[in-house]
Design a protein around this ligand. Structure first.
Ligand code: SF4
Length: 209
């Protein structure tokens, strides 16, 4: 007798309309595996200088997924995304939407900290990008919110300035995407905070639709 392929079995259940079971099963099987791969990854030179890889955290079924640039010093030490001052600001942004941190998913383009928080190098982004794409596929959010220019430019393969793209609703592979400022930028540019509150209000409405 032929052996049952578990993945094909799950897909056939999905075809029968048993979506939630399939989604939960896939996540149980694959997100932890991806997390493990990232924790052991040595695909670029940042592996040599990191303390911890930062996979991301939040709900595996999140409707809203935030993507930042790369871990900073505190994130590298704790192995968690957005835990420093910028992280506290991101928490406020999430609260504005009426959600809790554990109801969204938060990750970065790069999973390891660039030394001295320098900008990601193209070769590092190229090496790490597949992890982000897999996270999007596995979590399947309704809306993506990119924080700063790097996340947006990585997904679309462009080189836009954040001031040009911020607040302009678009879509990525059929998922609504709203770019906004990076919380670290907002700590240095308080005069831009009002625009971010507008973006959070927009996200709140999009989630209701
Ligand atoms: S930054 Fe990404 S590609 Fe580079 S070592 Fe870390 S996980 Fe791997």
């Amino acid at each position: 007798m032929d052996k049952i392929d578990p993945r094909r079995f799950l897909i056939s259940l999905k075809n029968m309309g048993i979506d939630s079971y399939v989604s939960q099963r896939e996540n149980v099987v694959t997100l932890p595996l991806l997390r493990k791969q990232v924790s052991e990854c040595r695909k670029c030179s940042l592996a040599a200088t990191r303390t911890n890889a930062v996979f991301g955290e939040g709900s595996n079924r999140a409707q809203l997924l935030f993507i930042g640039e790369a871990p900073g010093e505190e994130e590298d030490l704790q192995g968690r995304p957005f835990v420093g001052r910028a992280g506290k600001f991101l928490d406020q942004m999430i609260e504005r939407i009426g959600l809790r941190r554990d109801e969204v998913f938060i990750c970065n383009v790069l999973k390891c900290r660039p030394p001295n928080n320098r900008d990601p190098e193209p070769v590092e982004v190229e090496a790490c990008k597949d992890y982000l794409l897999s996270q999007l596929e596995l979590i399947g959010p309704k809306i993506i919110c990119t924080l700063g220019k790097h996340a947006y430019n990585t997904l679309f393969g462009v080189d836009e300035k954040i001031t040009r793209i911020r607040g302009v609703l678009t879509s990525y592979k059929g998922i609504k995407l709203l770019p906004t400022y990076h919380p670290a930028f907002l700590l240095r540019n308080q005069n831009r905070v009002k625009e971010v509150w507008e973006d959070m209000e927009r996200l709140k409405q999009l989630l209701r639709e």
